[in-house]
Design a protein around this ligand. Structure first.
Ligand SMILES: *Cc1c(COP(=O)(O)O)cnc(C)c1O
Length: 378
């Protein structure tokens, strides 16, 4: 039996909710999206949520709404998915990478300040695997230099660190509901913030810069709309939102199961020679379970796990090593040695609430088998 890398936890009720939307008049951004936004704000403890087509759109619109663009720099981490940096690039601003803490894989706040220049406008931490970056420290640096903070919280809906949750010490936090994320509708995202002016701007930017959204235009008699900004098209529709509304009520129980699985993995894989698991600080959202193995053997393990019918992935190879970044930003591979190394050693294991305890045992046994075959060959 194959153990998939990821399986969603959508229910028949979620599917029914989508069917209900499909049988209704309104398909695009409307009442169901509004219900989801309200539930998400409640959960996040923030005033406003704006639901979008993706987290990438959320990052890009947040930057645009904060007037960040050509000539500006945004400090971020190379240990992330490419979208963190491509969203910055699409505004015309430049991503400036700083290296990571090797034990957590998170942006090293001690390196952020020396990367600040007169062009720096914002810091964009990534809450890798669900553990939050050190927001208190980043907030202090941001205040000292008058910088915005935009959180790439794609991995972290449920996290908390030092009493801080996503969006609570920043201007805005961006979330992803992509197919493999903790909360999913296939493709989707949102931004959440306490800044109502900023939320309003992002709400306008998500829909062509129009003064009224479809739901307002068709509510009651026809009303004229105006174009007040040069906007984009990345609103979430009610079909997708219908997958999220009931899921919000299950967030906590799904999180609890991932916490159990995380513990099972850490117990099963402790004291394995040549293997470590990144540390968690505070309350993790438990998005991914990754291990670190010797870089010269990592690809061998990817192959061997595949051969055993166990889904694995790499999150991530340090993005400064990818062709486009090498060509256009010309970073030296050794410029971020910790991220480079972390990315060469990392491997993600199956990790989702539907996994049985025995699945974790089987995955852990395969990992240990493969590692012991290395030792007996050397
Ligand atoms: C998934 C992900 C994104 C992009 O999310 P989309 O919703 O697919 O746009 C951005 N950053 C990180 C760290 C991610 O894992």
């Amino acid at each position: 039996m194959k153990i998939e890398f990821y399986r969603h936890s959508l229910t028949e009720k979620d599917i029914q909710n989508v069917a209900d939307v499909l049988r209704s008049v309104f398909l695009t951004t409307g009442p169901v999206t509004a219900v989801f936004e309200e539930k998400f704000s409640q959960f996040a403890g923030l005033k406003q949520t704006v639901a979008l087509a993706s987290c990438t759109a959320g990052i890009q619109l947040s930057l645009l709404a904060l007037d960040i663009g050509p000539g500006d720099e945004v400090i971020t981490t190379p240990m992330t998915f490419i979208a963190t940096a491509t969203a910055i690039l699409h505004t015309g601003a430049k991503p400036v990478f700083v290296d990571i803490e090797p034990d957590t894989g998170l942006i090293d706040p001690n390196l952020v300040e020396s990367a600040v220049t007169p062009r720096t406008k914002a810091i964009m931490p990534v809450h890798l695997y669900g553990t939050m970056a050190d927001m208190r420290c980043l907030r202090t640096i941001a205040d000292r230099h008058g910088l915005f903070i935009i959180e790439d919280s794609a991995h972290c809906v449920e996290g908390e660190r030092d009493g801080v949750r996503p969006g609570h010490l920043s201007d805005v936090a961006c979330f992803s509901f992509y197919a493999t994320k903790n909360l999913t509708c296939g493709e989707g995202g949102a931004v959440a913030t306490d800044n109502e002016t900023l939320a309003g701007k992002i709400r306008t930017l998500r829909q062509h810069g129009m003064s009224k959204e479809a739901a307002d235009r068709y509510h009651g008699n026809y009303q004229h709309w105006d174009m007040v900004e040069l906007g984009w098209k990345c609103n979430m529709d009610d079909i997708h939102a219908a997958l999220l509304t009931d899921q919000m009520d299950r967030l906590e129980s799904l999180w609890k199961r991932r916490e159990e699985l995380d513990t099972l993995y850490r117990v099963a894989l402790r004291d394995v020679r040549g293997l470590s698991i990144p540390s968690i600080v505070g309350r993790s959202a438990y998005h991914l379970l990754t291990i670190q193995v010797p870089s010269d053997l990592r690809d061998d393990m990817l192959r061997e796990m595949g051969n055993r019918g166990i889904g694995v992935a790499v999150n991530y190879r340090s993005i400064h090593t990818l062709s486009w970044f090498r060509k256009h930003l010309s970073p030296k591979p050794e410029a971020f040695p910790k991220s480079l190394r972390f990315g060469e050693q990392t491997l993600s294991l199956p990790f989702y609430p539907l996994m049985a305890d025995e699945d974790v045992e089987r995955v852990a046994r395969a990992v240990k088998d493969i590692i012991s075959s290395w030792h007996s060959n050397s």
